[in-house]
Design a protein around this ligand. Structure first.
Ligand code: CP
Length: 301
C-alpha cells in the first residue's frame, strides 16, 4: 500500500484487508510497549473541514505514537479558503509540508479531488455523505476481535440513517470480501441504503423486527445525520425511529456486538453502555492502532 491514497472502501482487496488487520494487531502490541519511532521525521497534515473528535484525534494520536509529528487545520474560518483559495491549492501546499494528509470534507467526492492534486498520500476521513473507509477498517478490526469473520456465518444488521451514514457505505463494501456474511439494512424508507452500496441478496427492512434483534451477531447503529437533511420536517419524523435500550439488548444474543461509529445522540441509551454487547467505546479506541497501521503502510515504513 506504499504511497497509496485511501479514498474508498471499494479499493481494498481481501489481501490488503488481512494485511491491515495483521498490522493493526502489531500496532496494538507496540502501543502496549509505549509506542514506536517508526515515523520519526514524518509529518501528518490533518485537514478537517467538518467537525470530528474521533477521526482527527485518533489520526493525530496514531502519528504521535509512531514518533512522527502533526500539523492541522481544523476550522475553515482560519483557513485561507475563506480568502478564496480553492481546496486544490491548499492540498498542493500542505502536500509540500506533510508526508501524508488525513482529510474530512463536506461534500462527497472531495477526498478524491484532493488526492488528484496531492503529492503525498491522502487518507479520506469522511467525505460528506459519501464514504469513511478508514472507519470501515477499524469497524472490521473490532468485528474480527469478537467474531470469527469469514470462518463462521455472521448476520450483520445496519440500523439507522443509512442514506447519509457514510460509515455504513464503507463497511458494507468491506464485508463483501468475507464469506458467510448476511447483511440487513434497517431504516425508514426515506433514508434507506442507496442502491450503489447494496447487493441484490441483502435484506432491506423499514422496521426493526424481532428477528433482527434476536438473531443478529453484529448490530451496527448509526445516528440520524441531522446536518445532511434538506427537509427538517423529514428529520423530525425519523429522528426517534430506533432507540436501543437495555430491554432490547436483553433480547439479543449474548454474543451479539453492538457497534456505533459515534457520536451518538439518543439512538443508544446510556444504560446500554455497561452491557457486554456494547462494543462502541472499544471500537473508537481501535481507531488508534488501525490508523497507525494505515499511516505506516502508506508511508512504506
Ligand atoms: N466516527 C467518526 O467519524 O467520529 P468523528 O465524527 O468524531 O470523527
Amino acid at each position: 500500500m506504499d504511497k497509496q491514497h485511501i479514498l474508498s472502501a471499494t479499493q481494498f482487496s481481501r489481501t490488503e484487508l488481512e494485511l491491515i488487520l495483521d498490522r493493526s494487531r502489531e500496532m496494538e502490541a507496540i502501543l502496549l510497549g509505549g509506542g514506536s519511532k517508526m515515523c520519526v521525521g514524518k509529518i501528518l497534515g490533518a485537514l478537517f473541514y467538518e467537525p470530528s473528535t474521533r477521526t482527527r484525534l485518533s489520526f493525530e494520536t496514531a502519528m504521535l505514537r509512531l514518533g512522527g509529528e502533526v500539523i492541522s487545520e481544523t476550522d475553515v474560518t482560519f483557513s485561507s479558503q475563506t480568502k478564496g483559495e480553492v481546496m486544490e491549492d491548499t492540498i498542493r501546499i500542505v502536500g509540500g509540508y506533510a508526508d501524508v494528509i488525513a482529510i474530512r470534507t463536506k461534500t462527497k467526492g472531495e477526498a478524491k479531488l484532493a488526492a488528484h492534486y496531492s503529492p503525498v498520500p491522502v487518507l479520506n476521513g469522511g467525505d460528506g455523505a459519501g464514504e469513511h473507509p478508514t472507519q470501515a477498517l477499524l469497524d472490521l478490526y473490532t468485528i474480527a476481535k469478537h467474531h470469527r469473520i469469514g470462518e463462521e456465518p455472521l448476520k450483520v444488521a445496519f440500523v439507522g440513517d443509512l442514506k447519509y451514514g457514510r460509515t455504513v457505505h464503507s463497511l458494507a463494501q468491506v464485508l463483501r470480501h468475507f464469506e458467510g456474511i448476511e447483511v440487513s439494512f434497517v431504516s425508514p424508507e426515506v433514508i434507506q441504503i442507496p442502491a450503489e452500496y447494496r447487493k441484490t441478496d441483502d435484506q432491506i427492512f423499514h422496521e426493526l423486527s424481532d428477528e433482527v434483534i434476536t438473531e443478529s451477531d453484529v448490530i451496527y447503529v448509526t445516528r440520524m445525520q441531522k446536518e445532511r437533511f434538506d427537509d427538517m420536517e423529514q428529520f423530525q419524523e425519523v429522528k426517534n425511529a430506533f432507540i436501543f435500550d437495555a430491554e432490547m439488548v436483553d433480547r439479543m444474543k449474548p454474543g451479539c456486538s453492538i457497534l456505533h461509529p459515534l457520536p451518538r445522540v439518543n439512538e443508544i441509551r446510556q444504560e446500554v453502555d455497561a452491557l457486554p454487547q456494547a462494543k462502541y467505546f472499544e471500537q473508537a479506541q481501535n481507531g488508534v492502532p488501525v490508523r497507525m497501521a494505515l499511516i505506516a503502510e502508506v508511508l512504506g515504513v
